[in-house]
Design a binder for this molecule. Structure first.
Ligand code: HPA
Length: 270
């Protein structure tokens, strides 16, 4: 058995059905776990080959449950490259969730806003991305059982799901934008010159996650990818100031009920 199959075999012994939606609860979506009728809650440390999260603000558990009556598998806590994992380790749980049969993957993250129209605690629906990480999860021998050597990335983020989310925006009480997300290595936030650079090359927000998982999911042919950034600080010229992790978490907490509402509406609509 390879490492995915070992994780999968363990989880197949626990789960009672095939999940339809995979959720990665990044910053700003922790509260969504409270909206799920949880059937099983499995610490990552119990699952063979799962990395264990080192960031204190992320809890490391895989949940199976129902959200708006939909069968979901939930990563409560995700892995970041800056924690020292390889990108293959970062995407391992996503590959396992896709192997379990999910058709949709909903992701959230915290990001610095680069578009002058954004305010702190706004949401940005990701329509495209720029990978500025120093690598990607597909480097090395291709896992031909998972997907092709040269996956197409022209339609990574599902257009129908984006359109649906924008239709729901009138029900959401924080600003909602659509834009391009860039991922950097971190863990430091950017200098003003770096924010400017990332804006100039075409990004509307910058963070330290999500893109590896999206690349791995596209590689495996997953169609239903939907990702949202919570804008927790501003990298806009003239608005850049010193930011603490507490301020980032506070900004995410303000947006959290709204992002939770949006994700519930999205799940219900499937
Ligand atoms: N830069 C990178 N990652 C982030 C930021 C940022 O400004 N805010 C939250 N995550």
């Amino acid at each position: 058995m390879n490492s995915f199959e070992e994780s999968l075999a363990y989880l197949n012994g626990i789960r009672k059905w095939e999940p339809d939606i995979g959720l990665i609860l990044g910053t700003g979506l922790g509260g969504l776990a409270d909206e799920i009728d949880i059937i099983e809650s499995i610490p990552y440390s119990d699952i063979p080959n799962f990395p264990v999260s080192t960031v204190e603000s992320h809890r490391g558990r895989l949940l199976f449950g129902l959200l708006e009556g939909k069968k979901v598998v939930v990563m409560q806590g995700r892995f970041h490259y800056y924690e020292g994992y390889s990108l293959e380790q970062v995407v391992h749980p996503v590959r396992v969730m896709i192997k379990m049969g999910i058709n949709n993957l909903f992701i959230s993250n915290a990001a610095g806003g680069l578009n002058p129209e954004q305010e702190i605690s706004d949401l940005m629906i990701i329509e495209d991305h720029i990978n500025l990480l120093p690598g990607n999860p597909l480097i090395g021998k291709n896992h031909t059982d998972l997907g092709p050597r040269f996956p197409d990335m022209s339609q990574a983020y599902n257009k129908d799901l984006i359109a649906k989310a924008l239709e729901f925006s009138s029900e959401i009480s924080v600003g909602i934008h659509k834009g391009v997300y860039a991922a950097v290595q971190g863990p430091m936030l950017e200098t003003p010159a770096e924010y400017k650079y990332i804006r100039v090359i075409g990004a509307d927000a910058v963070g330290m996650s999500t893109i590896p998982e999206v690349i791995a999911a596209v590689h495996m042919g997953l169609q239903g990818i939907f990702a949202v950034s919570v804008i927790t600080d501003l990298g806009v010229e003239g608005k850049i100031k010193k930011v603490t992790v507490e301020e980032v978490l506070e900004a995410a907490a303000v947006a959290e009920p709204q992002l939770t509402k949006l994700m519930k509406l999205m799940a219900k609509s499937l």
